[in-house]
Unconditional design. Structure first.
Length: 411
């Protein structure tokens, strides 16, 4: 008996370091997966502790608040088992059985394997517990009846199906998982119907979010806006490339997620989005002023008055201050709303990878008349965006009327 106990003690002693190493590896892997899944962005209030919740998420049905997912037993997920965490992540089911609102992207996470969910949970158990309740989501009737989400989930909860990848490279398959499941890119870049569900037949063709367009991520549309594999990988890694910088809702995605991903994973995401092989990126030739419409020609002076000081007279931009207009992806969008919003709202100071910064861009909503704003948009879009059409003042006014209230705009 004594020999048996000795052998058991020895076996446990030898196994302990292996088990600890496995647990440590799982936590490290979970931290990376949590970054890839961008958990911190939606579960951290501005100026708040990471994962402590409180971020207001504006939806067509009301404001939904990100929950506390620190290991607090009273306010967070400290009492969740791995099984319960997996149900929350992939089915939108809380520990108490209530349904989560689909602002939580379980509609994409439902394809996440259990091992990845367990790893994320193992990591979240190691973060500092924050003993603070997040604001309670309170929507108007009938959206406040969580029981109604049972029917919604039956219809739309597992709508996302990955396309067959037979014959595709391992890099393409990894990119599909990173984009479609962990990164849940379709949640913003796919239009939604009346019940708030993603229109899967229009997947990744673009969607409007708080007055801004999350543009199409289809390979042909990316290539039409000048994207190639290297530039797209660089954009995800550094938040900036020859096509411009990340701003609005994408800046937190870069800041909290993509800049911390491995180069192979970023390359895989670019491969999946652009296809393998990728379509050739469209190269634009600058349009001479004399060939532009009368409105665009007038807009040249408005550009010199309010834009050229930072973006340079010939649109080349200034390092660390302002992006170039030449080849800028926002100017190349057929839909002008993002360009309009940026001109009117401005962009806050942005910190990118390393020591790279971009100075704040002021908004000009109160400095340009409707006619001046229309002329400026036409000049930018025709001169550097490759857009042949001309906007009328009424087109711009309609987009202005569609703008969300100031408190709903992202900063």
């Amino acid at each position: 008996m004594k020999h048996l106990l000795s052998r058991l003690t020895l076996a446990v002693g030898l196994a302990a370091p292996v088990l600890l190493a496995h647990a440590d590896d799982q936590v490290k892997r979970g931290e990376y997966l949590a970054r890839a899944a961008d958990c911190v962005a939606c579960h951290t209030a501005p100026g708040g502790a990471p994962y402590a919740g409180g971020l207001p998420i504006v939806s067509p049905f009301g404001t939904i608040y990100g929950t506390n997912i620190t290991p607090s037993k009273e306010h967070g997920i400290g009492l969740y088992s791995d099984e319960e965490f997996f149900a929350a992540l992939t089915e939108g089911k809380r520990r108490d059985g209530a349904n989560l609102y689909p602002a939580m992207p379980y509609t994409s996470y439902h394809l996440m394997p259990r091992a990845d969910s367990d790893a994320i949970h193992a990591y979240l158990k190691t973060v500092e517990p924050i003993e603070r309740a997040a604001p309670v989501t309170s929507l108007s009737f009938p959206f406040n009846v969580r029981l109604g989400l049972m029917g919604w989930n039956m219809l739309y909860g597992k709508d996302l199906k990955l396309a067959p990848t037979d014959g595709k490279s391992d890099e393409f398959k990894r990119g599909e998982y990173m984009v479609e499941v962990l990164g849940h890119c379709g949640e913003c870049h796919t239009p939604r119907g009346l019940p708030g569900a993603m229109q899967q037949d229009k997947r990744l063709t673009g969607g409007v979010l708080n007055g801004y367009l999350a543009p199409s991520l289809l390979a042909t549309d990316l290539a039409a806006r000048g994207w190639n594999h290297q530039d797209l990988s660089t954009f995800l890694k550094h938040g900036m490339s020859a096509q411009g910088t990340m701003f609005n809702e994408m800046f937190p995605v870069f800041h909290n997620s993509t800049q911390r991903l491995s180069d192979p994973d970023l390359a895989a995401m670019a491969t999946y989005l652009l296809g393998d092989p990728a379509p050739a990126a469209k190269v634009l030739t600058e349009v001479p002023l004399a060939q532009m419409s009368p409105s665009a020609q007038r807009g040249r002076q408005d550009y010199l008055n309010v834009c050229a000081g930072c973006h340079a007279p010939d649109g080349e931009g200034k390092p660390h201050i302002a992006v170039a207009m030449r080849g800028n992806t926002t100017l190349r969008l057929e839909d002008p709303r993002n360009l309009l919003r940026v001109i009117e709202d401005g962009i806050g100071e942005q910190q990118f990878a390393g020591f790279e910064r971009m100075q704040p861009m002021p908004g000009f909503a109160d400095k340009l008349s409707h006619e001046q704003l229309t002329d400026l948009l036409n000049y930018l879009r025709q001169g550097w965006g490759g857009q042949p059409g001309e906007l009328a003042v009424g087109d711009v006014q309609k987009l202005q009327a569609d703008a969300p209230p100031a408190e709903h705009k992202a900063h």
